[in-house]
Design a protein around this ligand. Structure first.
Ligand code: ADP
Length: 249
């Protein structure tokens, strides 16, 4: 796994805020089938890179391509429709709807079927097949009729992931997907992310280096806006500069 085609790439990515350069000369390749970690200390520029990739921020310099198409000047909504989706973009779940209803609603969004949809019960039933597929993919099929509010914290985050998958992303950007989770949920979510990436690509910001070591095929380390090292975890974690700058050894 992790050796597929490059689906998301940036070259010479740079972002200045006034006189301050938050991201500088960043080259990044994310491949189909891989879980790619973006790591680095606070202030390294990880969030800025995510905002640049999803087009929430315009780069000062550099190019971004998504499945071969130049998206450097493309709007955030168009980029999302093209298949680059950041989890929180649509991950607001509705606590008083059931798990299944949450995924149904998410499935309607990309096609903009809402008006037509509410008039037609059969359309609603048709969505259930796809919704159940997504729930099975993330292991929430047994919880379909529970209210979202009644899920555990970990399973709420998994439901958010399912509603994100409803947009049919080719590249999924996850910002600390395991944040605040206990050991058991971390393992469950790691397994889901691994399975999700098999037919897509995942780029994730992650602070837990054990998760990175166990889950991620490739790691890019940022420091003060620049790439310090990139490669598989074994290579990156033994890199002298990474050890000094990031891992404190
Ligand atoms: P990380 O996500 O790795 O913690 P960020 O991308 O949030 O890092 O921030 C990188 C640097 O850019 C930080 O020094 C931060 O203060 C700065 N920065 C981020 N956004 C802005 C902004 N809108 N205006 C000015 N400085 C910013």
């Amino acid at each position: 796994a992790g050796g597929g085609e490059i689906v998301l790439a940036c070259r010479g990515l740079r972002r200045d805020f006034g006189g301050f350069t938050a991201v500088k000369d960043v080259d990044l390749d994310v491949r189909h089938g891989e879980v790619h970690a973006l790591i680095g200390p606070n202030g390294a520029g990880k969030t800025t890179v995510f905002n640049l990739l999803t087009k929430f921020l315009q780069p000062t310099a550099g190019t971004i391509t998504l499945m071969g198409a130049d998206i450097t000047r493309t709007s955030p909504s168009r980029v999302a429709r093209m298949g680059l989706v950041r989890s929180f973009q649509i991950s607001a779940t509705f606590p008083h709807m059931s798990v299944l209803e949450n995924v149904r609603v998410a499935l309607q969004r990309p096609a903009g079927l809402a008006t037509q949809f509410w008039r037609s019960l059969s359309a609603l039933e048709q969505l259930d097949g796809r919704a159940m597929e997504l729930l099975r993919e993330v292991g929430l099929d047994d919880a379909r009729d529970l209210q979202a509010a009644d899920l555990s914290y970990g399973r709420k985050r998994v439901l958010e992931l399912a509603t994100t998958l409803a947009l049919d992303p080719k590249v999924l950007l996850l910002d600390e997907p395991m944040a605040g989770m206990g050991h058991e949920d971390v393992g469950t979510v790691a397994a889901i992310i691994r399975s999700v990436a098999r037919t897509r690509a995942v780029l994730m910001v992650e602070h837990n280096l054990k998760v990175v070591a166990d889950l991620c095929h490739r790691v890019t380390v940022l420091q003060r806006g620049e790439i310090l090292a990139a490669g598989d975890y074994a290579a990156v974690s033994t890199d002298e500069r990474v050890r000094t700058a990031y891992m404190g050894t």
